[in-house]
Ligand binder design. Sequence first.
Ligand code: AMP
Length: 377
Amino acid sequence: MKLGILGGGQLARMLALAGLPLGIRCKFLDPAADAVAGHCGELLVGAYDDPALLAQLADGVDAVTFEFENVPAAATQWLEQHLRVAPTPRALAVGQDRLAEKTLFAELGFGVPKFAPADSLDELRAAVATVGLPCIVKTRRLGYDGKGQHRLREGADQAAIDAAFTELHRPGHGGLIVEGFVPFDRELSVIAVRSRSGEVAIYPLVENVHEGGILRRSRAPAPDVPAAVREAAEQFVTRLLTHLDYVGVLAVELFLAGDRLLANEMAPRVHNSGHWTIEGSVCSQFENHVRAVLGLPLGSTAMAGDGFATMLNVIGTMPARTAMLEVTGAHLHDYGKKPRAGRKLGHVTVVERARETADAVASRAAGLLRETAKPGS
Ligand code: AMP
């Protein structure tokens, strides 16, 4: 079987790596000639909405999926006329727009931060007044890893609101959204997969730590989460998958404030907070996504060997390979990308039979990552 993927970054690469043992090959389309998925399959280089390249991508594949949500809707619409595209363009459209996401979450009865849209400076002033301070102004579209966001603190004045507008507003780019700042205790995510026949499987809840808007560490199962919180997250993601008639892996980022769970955003694709599933679960998010979009049976989302997983992102500089491999139990993933400040270059996963051991091994690995992050090293 063959799968076409829009995007050729590390997510597409890990999808391809998951498909290989099953006899599934992947073909990619990406604007960058050095897109790292090209190490694992045929890479077409050019614009996502170039009909000639889309035709080449579609040629000989059984289905097409995407590795990130910012591919032009026109590309998936074109592909849909020729073959099966999963997740559906409707799920993609919702996942591309923070306003559509929050509106849908609220419609489905799930808690969200207070929010209001703003397409002009006057609307932004009004939206900030409605939501209240502190708040975060975000671009509705194309934000990622904390980019496209401006925080307005308690006491922020008109000048601060104007500055947020000047920084973020770009005519024709889909407007802004103002969200109430959530004084959360923890960030969690729930990752689930739905098959073509409507079967849903959910991975254990994940706890995430971000720094500067970028994910640094994920732990699964998230420690010390009350059963009611876990069940609420599972019920919500199931409702969302069913409502969207979704096929593939979906991730939802959540805030836990006291015992209140609020939904931040969804990613209609495999997600960074699910990378631990490669070693930590019976069937990884990547394999399950490939299975789902190709109409194959889903695999188990249970933890492998009743283990505890910790995943650390490698950002900006790769650690010395030998030193990392000397950490017994650390699984190194080097995406083969060119180093650049703030860029996700790889990750390290630790899976152990006890949470304490996983944390101890992960902190040794984290020490090596800090070493390499030092300027000049
Ligand atoms: P996002 O791009 O929406 O995932 O935001 C990146 C990170 O910014 C989140 O993981 C949170 O740490 C923080 N953040 C985003 N929205 C809010 C909010 N409404 N309240 C508090 N923190 C937020």
